[in-house]
Design a protein around this ligand. Structure first.
Ligand code: H2U
Ligand code: ZN
Length: 348
């Protein structure tokens, strides 16, 4: 037997950010595929779609009208999952049946008036305006006394459940700190209390030395495939400075964030020369008026595609019942992404 190495042998990796593990099976990457093939998305799109509920000036499903916006546009979700006027309360029946009411505000953000653009095809200066809007929304939602957490996210592509190709994201702000951020809160707090430095600051420093999973960096941000990635081309954008939330970014850093967002998503689109689907979202300090110095601003990207524009990874079977698992290693994925052009395939 050869000695254990991460590129050949099955192993599990620890995610210090949420305290969970992922099973990695690098030897399995070559298994044949005869299963489901996703339909490829329609590629030609119009700049304005009179039937789109997100295009400027159009009527939405709930009957409200969109402004004739020129840059970006935010509105309260017409089908909000959380409502601000839900009564406080809880339900308990012994120790096995527990429920709590939750209050919140859900918003939709249109990234551009152009129906046919996505982040990788937008200008960095226009993406910067999206970052500015995120900051404004985070700040104003934080002022609502009943809001303790603001989740900013984007679903891109029909296979991620995105309902409309018009470039948009969402914000769900709520009283209760939800599951994933709550896990990261605990892990980051433990690390910060022990070392006096942020977990992701130390992690990024180490990744920059190892250079095995770095995709790129600019002055303020690093993009990388995390050591503990679950999804085949999962990535993270992390601020180099220890910043707890979006409001800590200066103007240059907001520009750098926009640039990193564009650059990563261009790589993604170039991978299979298709508008690359993903769910992405920002994790940052909760807005619960507590000391959150242990938080470190970052953005996760979870894309489902595996081998081609049409073959996605399924989180089923073992993943559902036991533990997340991946075949190609994070290092292999980083390599594949690093060999791709920085210019969008449509602009070549
Ligand atoms: P996706 O990001 O998953 O595509 O969701 C878009 C959101 O837009 C979805 O939460 C909302 C839906 O409730 N929406 C409106 O608020 N008004 C509409 O007219 C249609 C969709
Ligand atoms: Zn549209």
């Amino acid at each position: 037997m050869h000695s254990f190495n991460l590129s050949d042998h099955p192993h599990r990796r620890y995610n210090p950010l949420n305290g969970e593990w992922v099973l990695v099976s690098p030897h399995r990457a070559k298994r044949p595929w005869q299963g489901q093939v996703e339909k490829q998305q329609e590629e030609t799109r119009v700049e304005y779609d009179p039937k789109c509920y997100l295009c400027p000036g159009n009527e939405r499903a709930g009957g409200k009208m969109n402004a004739n916006y020129k840059e970006n546009f935010v509105f309260t979700n017409d089908f909000s999952a959380l409502l601000s006027d839900t009564p406080e309360g809880s339900y308990e029946h012994g120790e096995l049946f527990r429920a709590q009411s939750d209050q919140g505000i859900c918003k939709v953000i249109c990234f551009s008036p152009r129906h046919d653009l996505t982040i990788p095809e937008m200008e960095v200066t226009d993406i910067k305006k999206v970052v500015d809007l995120w900051v404004d929304e985070y700040q104003s939602l934080a002022k609502e006394t009943f809001i303790n957490h603001v989740q900013i996210f984007e679903n891109k592509g029909a296979i991620m459940g995105c309902s409309n190709p018009h470039p948009h994201g969402q914000i769900w702000a709520q009283k209760i700190i939800p599951g994933e951020p709550a896990k990261e809160d605990k892990q980051q707090k433990n690390y910060f209390d022990k070392h006096g430095r942020s977990l992701l600051f130390d992690y990024v420093q180490e990744e920059l030395k190892l250079k095995e999973r770095i995709l790129f960096e600019n002055n303020s941000f690093v993009a990388l495939v995390p050591f503990w990635a679950i999804w085949p081309y999962e990535a993270m954008i992390v601020s180099k400075r220890h910043i707890t939330d979006l409001t800590g970014l200066n103007n240059d850093e907001k520009m750098d964030f926009a640039e990193a967002y564009q650059r990563l998503t261009i790589k993604y689109d170039n991978l299979f020369e298709v508008s690359f689907p993903y769910s992405a979202g920002i994790h940052q300090s909760p807005v619960n008026n507590q000391n959150n110095d242990h938080w470190h601003l970052h953005m996760h990207f979870y894309p489902p595609l595996l081998r081609s524009a049409t073959v996605k990874k399924f989180m089923v079977g073992y993943e559902m019942l036991a533990n997340p698992q991946r075949d190609i290693t994070a290092e292999t994925s980083a390599n594949i992404l690093n060999n791709l052009a920085d210019v969008h395939y449509k602009h070549r």
